[in-house]
Design a protein around this ligand. Structure first.
Ligand code: IVH
Length: 672
């Protein structure tokens, strides 16, 4: 079909389709059937094929997604994406409200005028949509709140997101939560299980997994949706209240929850939050609470932000979902450092839409304190992403049953070495650090995770260990394509790819290698701190516990433990062998250089709300320049940076005669 005026017709079709997408995906009230809709799409597609110059990125035909990406680009949000303070009970909510009133009184604002808006707290994935002159130009994940990942192509496939908006300002960031409807989640998991793929643990993970796809075609195949709840940076927009803000979004075609409500009193807010909690299970999207915001946006700036949490909003969190089931057996796993970890094998049970059959019991003291026994009926909980936990046994149901108190095994369940319980420890351990297959498995698994050797998944780790191809992390670097190919399931290409990945991992920086070693108590952050402080493994190996204790974040107990571990023959042998295979055991020249910045050796303390910078940004800037940021003011503090409404740290600084800077002063120091 050829139109008389193709440009005009294309524009018409785009308008029509955008309207139908809105009716179907946002208002849930379609005007036309699927066939009529498809006919419009087909017509537009044909037009665009005939006249490629008419194809625009915001055309509805472009929603299906473009080329797969190699990786996501990082993007800086125009305005940071904040977190929320939590209120876990009525009392905590009241306390928040009281603090709010006190603050307003200080600002000389009559609290009587205050209004609140309540809305559901969607358990999805926070994203930011940028519109420039009305066109959707970029969408990003929250990331660390300051910098996120560019997922524009993927967000384009979500039909509830308008690609163009009318009466638009120069610029606006729209904030919202992408989610997968519960019904779609169930279907998706069924299909995945049938296809032999792992099921997602919950709708939130499924939404995250669907959005963070390098191939937008996959995102397009998942029926994601979005709830929008606010704006970020904007130019040419004046919104006085949050209600106005939500209405503005709704009028531009964004999906905004219709059950948001305005309240004059805290009692009304509490009642509404309880109402949301009672409705929770009836909704087709997961919520983990309600969000309460001060309605007057004019007060937002005055109230300010504490850390990452604005003072004008709070999340009313629902208690975690629980269920009751039989605990069939307590099993003990061996961890990376030899700790015996109790696990509960449960009669499978649904907890908040997820089937749970194992739960953690933390450690043996926790087990004893809760008095959990095999055969008990227990209460199990699951909160968000956290591993399910056993909360407590139902003692009253024990009647007539004789259940024995569980004890950690006398011999390691994997290598049968006699276990020991060091004094002052809550853990019984298997002391066979380098010979226990259970520990070796956990060590290799941790190593490949830290070094990010993708092709070496858990299954392959198990196979390589079982088949005797490797017996510790250093052996990974002796693997050859020939050896790997002998295993079933590996071809020439996959074997070669894996070897290439392993080779590439030799380039990982010293901090990561140190983390990968899996020293007890040394997580990612501590490993970085050790690497930066000592600069090389040789310097670290020479250090005594006292020297290690000087590293930020490492206390005396941990320092001694690290020192002991680094004197252990097995550890030294592993380090030697990894070193021979070419891994990095010192900081690179570039890493060292970045530490000779203008603030080298200077210690800062931040207090109050800074103007343009968030505290995280200020901290990152100071660190990049070689300085340190600590939490409390002492004689060794060099500068205190104070913002709006500083805390007692300012007084302390004045008392000690430490220079106090405003944000501008910090910028000047950094510019040296
Ligand atoms: S407001 C104050 N409103 O909850 C600005 N957030 O814990 C913060 N969330 O990262 C956002 N539903 O992704 C706001 N109605 C809602 C929300 C909501 C879910 C998420 C959001 C944020 C997290 C904070």
């Amino acid at each position: 079909m050829s139109a008389k005026n193709p440009a005009k017709r294309a524009e018409e079709l785009r308008g029509e389709l955008a309207r139908h997408d809105h009716r179907y995906y946002v208002v849930d009230d379609p005007e036309i059937g699927d066939d009529a809709y498809d006919a419009l799409v087909d017509e537009l597609r044909a037009l665009e094929e005939e006249h490629p110059e008419l194809r625009t990125p915001e055309s509805p035909t472009q929603r299906v997604g473009g080329q797969p990406l190699g990786k996501f680009q990082q993007v800086r949000h125009g305005e940071p994406m904040f977190s929320l303070a939590n209120a876990r009970s009525r009392e905590e909510f009241r306390a928040w409200e009281t603090r709010l009133h006190n603050r307003l009184r200080q600002l000389d604002i009559e609290p009587g005028e205050l209004r609140f808006v309540s809305e559901p707290k969607i358990d999805g994935l926070a994203i930011s949509l940028t519109y420039e002159d009305g066109t959707f130009t970029r969408g990003a994940t929250r990331g660390d709140g300051v910098i996120g990942e560019d997922v524009t192509q993927n967000l384009r496939t979500i039909k509830a997101i308008p690609l163009r908006i009318d009466e638009a300002p120069k610029l606006v960031e729209v904030r919202g939560e992408v989610y997968l409807p519960r019904s779609a989640f169930a279907e998706l998991n069924e299909a995945r299980t049938a296809a032999g793929e792992p099921a997602f643990a919950n709708p939130r993970n499924a939404a995250a997994g669907s959005l963070r796809q390098l191939d937008p075609g996959i995102t397009a195949s998942r029926p994601l949706s979005i709830w929008c709840y606010g704006t970020g940076a904007h130019r040419g927009l004046d919104l006085r209240t949050h209600v106005e803000e939500l209405d503005w979004l709704r009028a531009r075609g964004f999906k905004v929850n219709d059950e948001t409500a305005v309240h004059e009193t805290a009692d009304e807010v509490v009642a509404r939050c309880e109402w949301w909690e009672a409705r929770r299970e009836a909704l087709d999207f997961e919520i983990d609470g309600a969000v309460i915001k001060v309605d007057q946006r004019t007060l937002w700036r005055e109230l300010g932000v504490a850390g990452r949490e604005p003072r004008w909003a709070v999340a009313w969190k629902f208690p975690p979902i629980t269920a009751t089931t039989r605990l069939n057996k307590i099993v003990w796993n061996v961890g990376r450092t030899g700790r015996l970890l109790p696990f509960a094998m449960l009669e499978p049970v649904h907890v908040g839409g997820v089937t749970v059959s194992t739960a953690t019991l933390h450690n043996e003291e926790d087990l004893a304190r809760k008095d959990v026994r095999e055969g008990d009926d227990v209460v199990v909980t699951r909160a968000g992403d956290v591993i399910p936990q056993v909360i407590s046994p139902l003692i009253q149901r024990r009647k007539g049953k004789r259940l024995r108190k569980p004890k950690p095994p006398a011999k390691c369940p994997r290598c049968e070495t006699e276990t020991v319980k060091p004094t002052e420890s809550v853990w019984t351990i298997c002391p066979n650090r380098r010979g226990c297959p259970g520990q070796t498995f956990q060590q290799v698994k941790h190593f490949r995770g830290a070094m990010d050797i993708e092709g070496l998944g858990e299954k392959n780790v198990i196979r390589f260990l079982d088949e005797g191809l490797i017996s510790d992390p250093a052996d990974i670097y002796d693997l050859t394509p020939e050896r790997i190919q002998e295993l079933q399931g590996f071809g020439e290409v996959s074997a070669r790819n894996l070897i290439e990945e392993i080779e590439a991992s030799k380039e990982r920086p010293f901090g990561l290698v140190l983390y990968a070693l899996g020293l007890p108590g040394i997580g990612y952050v501590n490993a970085q701190a050790l690497a930066e402080h000592f600069g090389s493994i040789d310097a670290l190996l020479e250090a005594d516990a006292e020297a290690i204790e000087e590293v930020e974040g490492i206390g005396p107990v941990l320092a001694r433990q690290v020192q002991e571990e680094l004197s252990d023959e097995g550890t030294l042998d592993l380090i030697r062998r990894l070193r021979e295979r070419g891994l990095r055991f010192e900081l690179s020249a570039a890493e060292r250089r970045s530490h000779g910045g203008p603030l080298e050796g200077k210690t800062f303390v931040l207090t109050g709300t800074l103007g343009e910078l968030t505290r995280e940004e200020a901290t990152a800037m100071i660190r990049r320049a070689g300085g340190k940021v600590t939490g409390s003011v002492s004689k060794s503090t060099d500068y205190v940076v104070a913002g709006e409404s500083p805390g007692s740290k300012l007084g302390k600084a004045e008392e000690l005669g430490i220079p106090v800077l405003a944000e501008q002063g910090l910028r000047e120091l950094l510019a040296v």
